[in-house]
Structure formats: C-alpha cells, structure tokens
Design a binder for this molecule. Sequence first.
Ligand SMILES: O=C(O)CCC(=O)c1ccccc1C(=O)O
Ligand SMILES: [Mg+2]
Length: 323
Amino acid sequence: MRKVELYRFSLPMEAGVILRNQRLKTRDGLLVCLTENGKQGWGEISPLPEFSEETLEEAEASTLGWLHSWVNGEQAFESALPSVAFGLSCALGELSGFLPQKADYRKAPLCNGDPDELFAVLGAMPGEKVAKVKVGLYEAVRDGMIVNLLLEAIPDLKLRLDANRSWARAKADGFAKYVQPQFRDRIQFLEEPCKTRDESRDFSRETGIAIAWDESVREADFVVEAEPGVAAIVIKPTLVGSIQRCHMLIEQAHKAGMMAVISSSIESSLGLTQLARMAAWLTPDTIPGLDTLSLMQSQLVRPWPDSELPVLDVDALEVVWRR
Ligand SMILES: O=C(O)CCC(=O)c1ccccc1C(=O)O
Ligand SMILES: [Mg+2]
C-alpha cells in the first residue's frame, strides 16, 4: 500500500537577501512524503526564483502528476523539471535506502563582503579551512584586497570565489592584478569569472587562477571534460535534477580529475541535510557549499545540527494533497 502527502511551505528569510534582481522575502516550496511498507521518504521541491526555469506552480503541477502515478502503483517517470526530479529522487532515495543516512555537515562559510565576520568562523573551523567569497559585487580592487587580507591572515586557508559571470575580461584582469601572485594557488577556484565560458578560459590561462563552472553546468550544451585551469564543477541539485543525474555528473568530474562541489540552492534545513548526505556519499573528500541556512529565520521539520533557529513542524504546514 502506498500513501502520499504533499505540503506547501513558506519560510521567512532574513532581511536583505537579494537574488540577482529581486529581494527574497520568503523561501517557498513543497514537501513530499511517500509511504510504502511502513517506511517513509521525504523530499523538498523548491524552485529558486531567478535561478530555476520552472515556477513553483509548474513544479506543483508536475509533482501532482507524478504522485498520482506513484500512488496508483504505476511506473513513475522522471520529471523534466529539475527541482521536482531532485525532491522526488530524495523521497524515493529515503524509501529504498539508496540515499545513505551519514551526512557531511561541514560547509564552506560564505562571506558576502565583511571579512571580520569570517575570521571568527574560520578560527573555530576544525580541519581543512575553506571559505567562499562572493566577488564582482563591488570594485575589483576591493575584492582583490579582501582576498589578500584573508589569505595573508590565515595561512592554512583556501578560498573559493564566485563572480557569477559578472566581469568583462578587463575587469576580471583588474581583479587578478590585485591578488598577490604567491596567493593565487590558494584560490581553489573562481566560479564563472566572465560573461562567457571562452572569456573565463582565457582569464584562467593568462592569470593562472583556477576556475569552476556553475551556471554552465545547467546549460544544454555543457559536457564535463578536463580542461586546463578548470578545477571544479558546482552542482546545485535543485537546479540540476535527480540524485541519479547529479551522481552521473559527479562521476564524470572525478574521472576527468576535477572536483565536484555539491552546493545549496537555498533549500530549507530538510533539503540541506539531504544535500549533506549526498555530499558524504558522493563527494566525501570535498567540503560542500551549504552555508545558506543562516539566510532563513526558521528551519523546516528536520534540524541542521547546532543551528539555533526554531524548527517549523509538519503539522503547521498547509496540506496540498493527501491520498
Ligand atoms: O555555493 C555555495 O557555497 C553557496 C550557494 C551559493 O553561493 C548560491 C546559492 C543560490 C544561488 C546561487 C548561488 C551561487 O553560487 O551564486
Ligand atoms: Mg555560483
């Protein structure tokens, strides 16, 4: 006997979380719970505004279609919508046990501009020290200075930088010029420095700074291949698709000698803990990019260890469909 429950959630965000062109006031999405043979599997489906191609309404319609088939015991197809494919694969992964319990709760702390905040966090970080700094939001000179400051102050620190395709080549070169040459190999990678892949490749070739693909991974013509200067691919499962699809990309990256970094699309604590489990399983040697819980004012159903945010219980959620 199969049972399904579909819930809708809306979690308040911290003030001032901006995604590309809009302020994100609440993080909205769906939780699905599948039951079979006394076992349960949960999944989160939360398309990210400005990043996902699908809307929440479209995701809900696709999810309902899938749930109808599944609960009637029919062969369940994989949704073409990445957020739906991801959430449903998590629920199935918990039901069948293919998504292991063991999680990697390490996260590369995110720095949005104030290096002082980062010092405290990094001081307390055990083991490998890796942080992620968003660049390209202010002047390239300032970005370069922050990178120098952090790498100089913390000798065992490595940095991941993310420019989100914001620089023209000249601006990117401006940034590189300010980073002291002896620090460049402690930049693990710089995500998508330039507007096009070719410009980013040229940037890496000329500056010796390693780069990573993030936005590119989601483009139709993307193939994982070893290239000089490309150190990593970033995988955001809510934007990429099912666990199986993510697994395939990660294997291709590892075969090509690249890192694969499982990263957040600002999922709730429920989705984030599942990403931490995927990371422990599929990328055990790489710290995942999951430092986004503190952008929210509340957790959802399952807590992240050591987070002090209140946890919203499933009973408080609106039921969309139950069978
Ligand atoms: O990758 C991380 O460490 C955190 C996640 C992150 O930066 C992010 C989260 C949501 C949307 C876009 C991005 C991004 O990589 O720019
Ligand atoms: Mg990025």
